[in-house]
Write a protein of this length. Structure first.
Length: 138
């Protein structure tokens, strides 16, 4: 014990953590993400790893950023930012395979000040199941 009389904080499980971070922003459904990107109102950001992109294909027009580079590439103040990282007002829709890792990634972007960052409910698999455009991997 630290002698302060405080009880140690109970560790969160991943399900509770997901619930908490998802409560901080509004997630988007595939059709809404498609329309927002088509209308220039959102940047789709695919964080799936290369093997999944090769297996399942790509979302046309999506910025592909490996998850371990996401914060560096989307931080508008960062020296390694992508040209699309134009400001903290950017509405980035993060897409992983099934919509779990993308929630944690969107929460991380919020901590960087990207207050409009969100993620895709169901991830790439929901996008594909909705019949939205997918191109073969290069």
């Amino acid at each position: 014990m630290s002698g302060t009389g405080e009880q140690p904080q109970r560790p969160l499980g991943i399900d509770e953590l997901l619930e908490r971070v998802r409560a901080e922003y509004e997630r988007v459904e595939p059709r809404e993400a498609f329309e927002a990107a088509r209308d220039g109102q959102a940047l789709l950001v695919d964080i799936r790893y290369a093997a999944l992109r090769a297996r399942d294909g790509l979302i046309p027009g999506a910025l592909v950023v490996e998850r371990n580079e996401l914060e560096w590439r989307l931080d508008p103040q960062g020296s390694h930012r992508a040209p699309e990282a134009t400001g903290h007002d950017l509405r980035a829709v993060v897409i992983c395979n099934e919509g779990y890792a993308s929630s944690l990634a969107a929460a991380s972007l919020h901590r960087l000040g990207l207050h409009r960052a969100t993620d895709l409910v169901g991830g790439f698999q929901a996008w594909k199941a909705a019949g939205l455009p997918v191109s073969s991997s290069p």
